[in-house]
Design a protein around this ligand. Structure first.
Ligand code: A3P
Length: 311
């Protein structure tokens, strides 16, 4: 494999000119729902998790990624590389047997991830690519790469109540479920990803960032999606309100695999407003730590059933 250093690749490659949108969130924040809603817009190409931005080269990506950690995905052998595979299948109108070797070749030749983004942009044009990959918010370094690679990308920050995210991670994520203190690890995921996003967005012009609260997305979808289309400089399209209509890449690349993202998404048949309320009933075993509490205040979230309320 040809080695390409991180510094050389990110500093010497001129910025990609094509438009791109990053959908940033902690895991379990409703990002699959929003991804599929956006996939209905005729001016957007919004595939399952691409998992490209954390890596400089395709070889590095290939070595780092493997089976994804949602409980159903582990059972079904879902692979964290499948979102890109699914995207290529869709864009080229080919099956996994044809698309797989093309991606293997890019990994084998250790091509820069920037080249793959550019290929997706060209194949998807005139649609804008939306990259919804929760892993992008795991480190600030990864988020900063978006600004290094692209010219003026747009950012959606999807925020969900910490109790709902923590409860979902403990129930759904193998790593979290097997941790000595699952709720503590889940809280860390929520706090670290959201604080990384806030910190990163401080360096980005206001007009290129748009926060959305999951609870508003599910209870007031029309207004939230209409505002989001305005932000994306697109006309509103009713299709964004009908996530379960049409072909939106909600099946995996093979007949027996799940689409990368929330494995429970296909168990629902509509936007479930009641899921925006579940945080009210959740009682965590411990009160949230200071960073999570500070973020909750910043996001205007109440913290009912919080043990500190009785301190
Ligand atoms: P749970 O299944 O644990 O409730 P993400 O896609 O970021 O991983 O988020 C997953 C969460 O999105 C799900 O977690 C669920 O709460 C929410 N979700 C999935 N499909 C939905 C739908 N049709 N309507 C409303 N919320 C949905």
């Amino acid at each position: 494999m040809i080695g390409i250093s991180r510094e050389v690749t990110t500093s010497q490659v001129s910025k990609l000119r094509g438009p791109i949108v990053f959908l940033l969130s902690s895991p379990r924040s409703g990002s699959t729902l929003l991804r599929v809603m956006l996939a209905g817009h005729p001016s957007l190409f919004c595939p399952p998790e691409l998992n490209l931005l954390p890596y400089v080269t395709m070889g590095e990506r290939s070595l780092a990624l493997g089976t994804c950690q949602a409980i159903q995905c582990v059972d079904q052998g879902c692979d964290a590389r499948d979102g890109l595979l699914r995207a290529l299948m869709e864009l080229k109108g080919i099956n996994a047997d044809a698309a797989g070797p093309q991606l293997d070749d890019l990994a084998h030749r250790n091509r820069p991830v920037a080249e793959v983004y550019e290929m997706l942009q060209q194949l998807a044009a005139p649609r804008t690519v939306v990259d919804k990959s929760p892993v992008n918010a795991a480190t600030i370094e990864t988020l900063r790469r978006a600004e290094q690679l692209f010219r003026n990308p747009l950012y959606i920050h999807l925020i969900r109540h910490p109790y709902a995210v923590i409860e979902s991670l403990v129930r759904q994520n193998v790593d979290v479920a097997n941790a000595p203190q699952p709720e503590d690890l889940a809280e860390k995921y929520w706090s670290v990803t959201n604080s990384n996003i806030l910190e990163f967005l401080k360096q980005v012009e206001r007009e290129r960032q748009h926060p959305i609260q999951y609870e508003a997305l599910v209870s007031n979808s029309t207004e939230v999606m209409s505002d989001l289309c305005d932000f994306l400089r697109l006309p509103f399209d009713e299709a964004v309100l009908k996530p379960y209509e049409g072909d939106r890449m909600i099946t995996g690349p093979r007949s027996d695999s799940l689409s990368l993202g929330d494995p429970n998404f296909i168990k629902h048949h509509e936007i479930e407003q009641k899921l925006g309320e579940v945080w009210k009933e959740i009682k965590l075993p411990n009160q949230l730590g200071s960073l999570a509490r500070q973020l909750a205040v910043e996001f205007n979230y109440e913290l009912p059933n919080d043990l500190s309320a009785w301190d």
